[in-house]
Design a binder for this molecule. Structure first.
Ligand code: C2E
Ligand code: MG
Ligand code: MG
Length: 392
């Protein structure tokens, strides 16, 4: 393996000293003062060794170490700092716990000899793992907030679209956008694996922004002959975002889309839990012309009063009841009562999770307006959805 050293240190004089020493030890050397440049070099140049300074104005060294780990960096790591032994020891723990190939600590001020000894020492074989084996050992348990944050920054996501049909005519009514994480090693990851983490770690705003932008652009690219609508899922934290209605309608205006073609779905449970906030935000969205759907209905225990006070335009019965309604009279009763309530409140009624024709017939008899489910189509990539036509 060629000896390549990448240095990240905001003090260029220190970096230059390291460079001279390393070159004498036969290394090719590159120096960066900016973490962003460092990560670009890391990808492009694939160094065998990296030196990371712990204290920098733009990003501290611990954050750099965590990012190195989340990218599966296989280079030998040297951590340097003038912050004292305790801090350096903690940095060593962070690096080894996260599975990095840790080579050693370089307390500042350092002597050329100390650096030379580190660079010249043969790497300990027992802890050596190549990039390949590190990735092979990568499992879903390794999905951490840092990895997710990185994935959002690199837009490692794809939107899939699932159609909805008008039950009376069999015509296409619209699509729901459902996000998937296209992980380079784990493949496609379903939203149930990462949306809760994104919500818990404050990353859902950035992810939702990407979903909204991508979904609306896709809708704007639909043939003019297809006046379909698009449903987007709102996270509970959207209810704290007073600027949401303005931001979304500005995006629609920019794309030449009527806001009436966009439905925002909020789960029944989050609407109930945050009733006050929901009322504010949903009213604003409705004033701008967006349609509003109460998603997963039947699981959140909304009262009739709460429902009638929130400005929803659509009620979507939860798939758990729809999927079991052929075999369970209890589920059938819940679906029937939900549809009845929706109809009384003047809402468009939708059943999700329609998997067979028996269910479809029952829903028809109950007067359900629209259906969505595997019987019609599974969620599909953007291009497939653009060409999709119903065959019921
Ligand atoms: P949801 O909004 O209730 O979406 C419907 C889910 O049911 C989707 O799962 C869809 O693939 C699945 N589904 C549709 N038809 C059938 C069927 O016939 N049978 C069965 N068994 N399942 C069916 P998915 O894509 O895994 O999404 C799960 C949940 O993740 C969504 O539930 C939604 O709450 C959330 N989610 C998805 N995309 C986003 C997003 O962009 N933002 C936010 N905040 N949440 C999202
Ligand atoms: Mg939904
Ligand atoms: Mg749902």
């Amino acid at each position: 393996m060629s000896k390549r050293l990448l240095i990240l240190d905001d003090e260029s004089a220190v970096a230059q000293t390291m460079e001279v020493v390393a070159r004498r030890s036969g290394f090719d050397v590159r120096c960066c003062v900016d973490p962003a440049v460092f990560f670009v070099e890391l990808e492009r140049w694939q160094p065998s060794h990296v030196v990371v300074d712990l204290v920098m104005p733009k990003m501290d060294g611990i954050e750099v170490i965590r990012l190195l780990a989340s990218r599966g960096c296989a280079a030998w790591l040297i951590v340097t700092s003038g912050m004292g032994a305790k801090i350096l020891e903690s940095a060593r723990r962070v690096a080894t716990q996260r599975g990095l190939n840790f080579l050693g600590l370089l307390p500042k001020p350092f002597t050329p000899k100390a650096l030379r000894e580190l660079l010249d020492c043969p790497p300990p074989q027992d802890s050596l793992h190549s990039q390949q084996s590190m990735w092979a050992a990568y499992t879903e348990d390794d999905i951490t907030p840092e990895v997710l944050e990185q994935a959002i920054a690199c837009e490692q996501f794809e939107l899939h679209y699932q159609p909805r049909l008008q039950l009376s005519s069999g015509r296409l009514a619209g699509f729901e956008a459902l996000v998937r994480w296209e992980h380079p090693d784990l493949g496609t990851i379903r939203p149930s694996r990462f949306i809760p983490m994104a919500e818990a770690c404050g990353l859902i705003g950035a992810l939702s922004d990407w979903v909204f932008r991508t979904g609306l652009r896709w809708l704007a690219g639909q043939p003019a002959s297809r006046e379909v609508s698009l449903s987007l899922n709102l996270s509970p934290s959207a209810l704290q975002d007073l600027a949401l209605a303005d931001a979304l309608s500005a995006q629609c205006a920019q794309l030449g889309l009527a806001t009436q073609r966009v439905t925002l779905e909020l789960t029944e449970s989050s609407a109930v839990r945050n009733f006050g906030d929901a009322l504010d935000i949903l009213t604003r969205l409705r004033i701008k012309g967006f349609h509003l759907s109460i998603d997963d209905f039947g699981t959140g225990y909304a009262s009739m009063t709460q429902l009638s006070r929130l400005p929803f335009t659509e009620l979507k019965v939860d798939k758990s009841f729809v999927m079991s309604m052929v075999g369970s009279s209890e589920s059938r009763d819940i679906v029937a009562a939900s549809l009845d309530l929706g109809q009384k409140l003047g809402l468009t009624t939708v059943a999700e999770g329609v998997e067979n024709t028996g269910t479809l017939q029952l829903l028809k008899a109950l007067g359900c307006d629209q259906v969505q489910g595997y019987l019609l189509a599974r969620p599909m990539p953007a291009d497939a959805a653009r060409d999709w036509t119903p065959s019921l």
